[in-house]
Design a protein around this ligand. Structure first.
Ligand code: FES
Length: 108
């Protein structure tokens, strides 16, 4: 038996569903997740802003950042690190892969 890591991959949709510049809300094991297509690469961040209770999937992609719809704070899409005040705490970034036709996310 080969140990391949601790990821628990969950299918969230079809791999080609999101076009570049689009984002989408999904739930993975009860966690709110924001999927983002940044220039053809898919990223997954926790959907809840770390400043207050706003949904990043209602936000706007600006360059390589996602801007929160509530107060205009922002996160770097590639890392989940804060990019603009009033956000000061990073958000969780999750693993994403294409598996055949499916798009999968792992929270671990
Ligand atoms: S809730 Fe996101 S910046 Fe305030």
């Amino acid at each position: 038996m080969t140990i391949t890591g601790t990821e628990n991959w969950v299918t969230v949709g079809k791999a080609d569903y999101l076009e570049p510049g689009e984002l989408m809300y999904v739930e993975v094991e009860d966690e709110p997740v924001c999927l983002i297509n940044l220039d053809g690469e898919i990223f997954a961040l926790n959907d809840t802003c770390t400043h207050e209770d706003a949904s990043l999937s209602d936000g706007t992609i600006v360059g390589d950042e996602i801007e929160c719809p509530m107060h205009g704070g922002a996160f770097y899409i590639r890392t989940g690190e804060p990019a603009a005040m009033p956000v000061v705490v990073r958000t969780e970034k999750y693993k994403v892969r294409k598996h055949g036709d499916d798009l999968q996310v792992s929270l671990t």
